[in-house]
Ligand binder design. Structure first.
Ligand code: IPE
Ligand code: IPE
Ligand code: MG
Length: 232
């Protein structure tokens, strides 16, 4: 089977923290530990690309303190994990707008991307200040500027709009933790035929076992892409 593209909407950190009598940031911190665990187990589960929704463009509306701690956590995560990613063959790509991130964070991102460029075991796409709608609009503007038309050209434009070579990769499985059943502006184009899985677990509770179960569920789904079911 071709390596899977799995997208994860990491939701529920705040509620998890609240349920444990902790500040929201403690939930985000635990959430980052989960990411480490999943990166380790993803290749063994047949996953070639993992797209993580870490911070949406709409998340800027949160209180300044929460935004600041999320950005600090993200920076610390990159600094801490870089060496391990190089060793494990994980290529890190940070997806989304960069002009609203701090210069220090952008430097950390660039350093990590450059250092892990050769990784071929897993592509880890971390989406920060990401909005699928904005990206689609950017791609449409690029098309108009170049006089391009058609789906293939659009897919290429979508990649260029995010300065990515393989951004238009279709998602095979999208999992959202935290019980909500919505996409919240994540990978709208790429999820056209994704299998969707919504789980009640909060993100800090979603570990290796949960990902493995999600992949099992995915394996039992029949993907038809609009055609008739396969003959038994
Ligand atoms: C997901 O958890 C992390 C981000 C959106 C950055 P939340 O912070 O949304 O947690 P809940 O949904 O409030 O519990
Ligand atoms: C979606 O979660 C964004 C991320 C997980 C980064 P939100 O918590 O921001 O989504 P809504 O507000 O419940 O739709
Ligand atoms: Mg949430």
């Amino acid at each position: 089977m071709a390596p899977l593209h799995v997208a994860l909407i990491m939701d529920g950190n705040g509620r998890w923290a609240q349920a444990h009598g902790l500040p929201r940031v403690a939930g985000h911190r635990r959430g980052a530990d989960v990411v480490r665990e999943l990166v380790e187990s993803a290749p063994g589960l047949g996953i070639g690309t993992l797209s993580l929704y870490a911070f949406s463009s709409d998340n800027w509306q949160r209180p300044d303190r929460e935004v600041a701690s999320l950005m600090a956590l993200f920076r610390a995560f990159l600094r801490r994990e870089r060496r391990r990613c190089i060793k494990e063959g994980v290529r890190v790509a940070v997806v989304g707008r960069r002009d609203r991130l701090s210069a220090g964070l952008v430097r950390e991102i660039e350093r990590t991307e450059a250092a892990t460029l050769e990784g071929s075991v897993l592509c880890l796409r971390i989406c920060v200040d990401y909005s699928a709608r904005d990206r689609i609009v950017d791609a449409a503007n690029l098309m108009a500027r170049n006089g391009d038309r058609g789906r293939d050209a659009f897919v290429r434009a979508l990649g260029r709009a995010g300065q990515e070579s393989d951004a238009s990769l279709d998602v095979d499985l999208l999992v959202r933790t935290g019980g909500e059943q919505r996409l919240s502006d994540f990978l709208l184009w790429e999820c056209a035929y994704a299998e969707l899985l919504f789980v009640e677990q909060m993100w800090p509770e979603f570990g290796r076992e949960s990902l493995s179960r999600a992949i099992d569920t995915f394996g039992r789904r029949e993907r038809r892409f609009g055609a008739v079911p396969a003959m038994p």
